[in-house]
Ligand binder design. Sequence first.
Ligand code: RP5
Length: 162
Amino acid sequence: MTDTPLIGIIMGSRSDWETMRHASDILAELGIAHECKVVSAHRTPDRLFSYAKSAVDRDLKTIIAGAGGAAHLPGMVASMTRVPVLGVPVESKALSGMDSLLSIAQMPGGVPVGTLAIGIAGAKNAALLAAAIIANHDDAVAERLDAWRQAQTDAVGEDPAA
Ligand code: RP5
């Protein structure tokens, strides 16, 4: 496994880490090099600009962006790079993540963000989708992803009382 990150996981605040670490955990399980950074659309706009603008040259294959509330991060990143952006709506205190979900999902036509479920399920699935994108061109990752999926299937017994 190379140390050069293939996937960037970014989030609007350190408070998002409790959700976004689940994406990082899955990528680590699958042996996919990735980086994790706080990049706030509102508080660190210059960092957002340079992260998004350098993503192609850094050869990132996918960016997973998690944010809560007025969640501009995934859409702003998507506006500045053709690297696919997967948005994770972080559960907010005020509106339980409905604000995050709608502000990430309701992008205008022409600037796509692949939007996942609110919270931890979304973070996990963003990592699995990013892995699937890598697996299209990487047989070793494909094999590990297939094994991960098989293990998940094998863990579901038929007997509800067992
Ligand atoms: C968003 O505001 C962040 O993504 C986070 O989910 C939310 C709250 O951020 P903090 O006030 O905890 O920094 O920008």
